[in-house]
Design a protein around this ligand. Structure first.
Ligand SMILES: [Zn+2]
Ligand SMILES: [Zn+2]
Length: 256
């Protein structure tokens, strides 16, 4: 069994302190590859450095929509250069977040598009963060659809209808531990309509541990096994087979 955490923030201080133990617990649980996702200039640098120290960690670089207002033209140039690193497998996480609106909608659109330009030029996969911004996210992606390599909507929180639309566009969907939460039937219904050839699993750690480990304050990749089990159950398939198929989906998505 071999699963890959398609979206982790291994460079965040909560996990950095004892990363070797975090990775070893993860391997013991059957999660033995990790995509560490960048969020800003400093974090992108850390992600690349970490990925270059480990064969089984890959990095992405991008500016989270929260920080859109602070991203300069020079920052984007630096990122466009970082994307070329051999361990950088995607641009992300990028997108729109209308829940927190830490940056204006206008700034978020501008920086999202600028990074989609970078991804298309570099022919890299894209990890999209979209919160309470589904229609605008799809509308912007539509403009790039023919030029983009692979697209995943991470931490998917939409309806089954929205999931179907994303799949029809040719994109992928990644689910967090939210699918294990008692009150998250909608997320499970959405997961049920996503073919395993388009589905990925993630922790988005250090945030939001899955059930039955919700009390564990710092989420970590070892706990992703609970999310994988739930998704396998939803798809009525055993965990080994699920891991084979979804492991392949993830490797193909990131070309790793
Ligand atoms: Zn996100
Ligand atoms: Zn994230």
């Amino acid at each position: 069994m071999s699963l890959i955490d398609s979206h982790a923030h291994l460079t965040f201080p909560e996990l950095q302190e004892d990363l070797d133990s975090v990775l070893s617990r993860s391997r013991d649980a059957g999660v033995d590859g990790w995509i560490t996702v960048g969020t800003d200039t400093d974090n992108n640098l850390k992600a690349i450095a970490l990925a270059n120290r480990h064969d089984d960690i890959w990095a992405t670089v991008g500016f989270h929509p929260h920080y859109a207002k602070d991203v300069s033209a020079k920052d984007l140039d630096v990122m466009a250069d970082q994307v070329k690193d051999s361990k950088v497998v995607a641009v992300g996480e990028i997108g729109l977040d209308y829940h927190y609106n830490h940056s204006s909608v206008q700034d978020q659109h501008r920086i999202f598009k600028a990074q989609l330009d970078i991804a298309t030029k570099a022919n890299k996969a894209v990890i999209v963060h979209s919160r309470e911004a589904f229609d605008d996210t799809i509308e912007i992606l539509d403009k790039y659809k023919d030029k983009l390599n692979h697209v995943v909507i991470h931490c998917f929180s939409g309806t089954p209808e929205q999931a179907k639309l994303v799949i029809d566009k040719g994109y992928y969907i990644s689910f967090t531990g939210v699918v294990t939460f008692k009150n998250a039937q909608l997320a499970r219904d959405a997961a049920a309509v996503v073919p395993l050839e388009r589905l990925m699993v993630e922790t988005d750690c250090p945030y939001m541990s899955p059930a039955p480990m919700r009390k564990q304050k710092i989420n970590e990749p070892a706990l992703m096994i609970h999310t994988a089990k739930k998704l396998a159950e939803i798809h009525d398939i055993d965990l080994d087979r699920f891991s084979d198929i979804v492991g392949n989906t993830t490797r193909e998505f990131f070309s790793i």
